[in-house]
Design a binder for this molecule. Structure first.
Ligand code: CU
Length: 157
C-alpha cells in the first residue's frame, strides 16, 4: 500500500507540474507573465447580523501590475449575496468593483460592502463565516470572516 501510494503521488505531482506549466504558458501568451494581478485580502469581518441580513467588509490589495475586478461572492450562509456601493446614504447593487493595479479595494462601513440576504442561520460574535471571492482574472479566494459585534468598526480604533 505504501509503495503504491508513493508511486501514485509521484506521477500525480508530475501531472500537476505539467498542468501548471501549461497554464503558465497559456496566460503569458498575451503579455508579460509576471504582470498579472496579485491579490491579498486583509481586515475581513462581518458585524453580527441583527436580522436575516448581514454585511461583509474587507480590503483587497493588488500588488500586481494588472487591474482586476471583484465580480461576485459566494457562501453557504446565503444564496442571495450581492456587492453594493453606497451613494448619498443609499446603497445600490453593482456588477463589479475595480481592484486597481498596485492599489486596493476597500469594503468598509458606510461605503462599499458585501450584502448577504436571507441568511440560512444567524452567525454569532466569535464565530466565522466562510466566503469565496470571485474575480474577473484571478482565481477565487476563500476568506473566513470573523463575526464581530454589531457596531464593530475598525476605523474608529
Ligand atoms: Cu447593501
Amino acid at each position: 500500500m505504501t509503495r503504491r501510494t508513493t508511486t501514485l503521488s509521484a506521477s500525480a505531482s508530475a501531472v500537476a507540474l505539467a498542468a501548471a506549466l501549461a497554464l503558465t504558458g497559456c496566460s503569458s501568451s498575451s503579455s508579460d507573465a509576471k504582470s498579472g494581478p496579485e491579490l491579498k485580502v486583509s481586515g475581513a469581518f462581518m458585524p453580527q447580523p441583527v436580522m436575516d441580513m448581514a454585511g461583509g467588509f474587507l480590503t483587497i490589495t493588488n500588488g500586481g501590475n494588472t487591474a482586476d475586478k471583484l465580480t461576485s461572492v459566494t457562501s453557504s450562509l446565503s444564496d442571495d449575496i450581492t456587492i453594493h456601493e453606497s451613494k448619498n446614504q443609499k446603497m445600490q447593487e453593482v456588477k463589479s468593483f475595480d481592484i486597481p493595479a498596485n492599489g486596493e479595494l476597500k469594503l468598509e462601513r458606510g461605503g462599499s460592502h458585501i450584502m448577504f440576504m436571507e441568511l440560512k442561520k444567524q452567525p454569532k460574535q466569535g464565530e466565522k463565516v466562510g466566503i469565496e471571492l470571485h474575480f474577473e482574472k484571478s482565481a477565487p479566494i476563500k476568506v473566513e470572516l470573523p463575526v464581530e459585534a454589531p457596531n464593530h468598526n475598525p476605523k474608529q480604533h
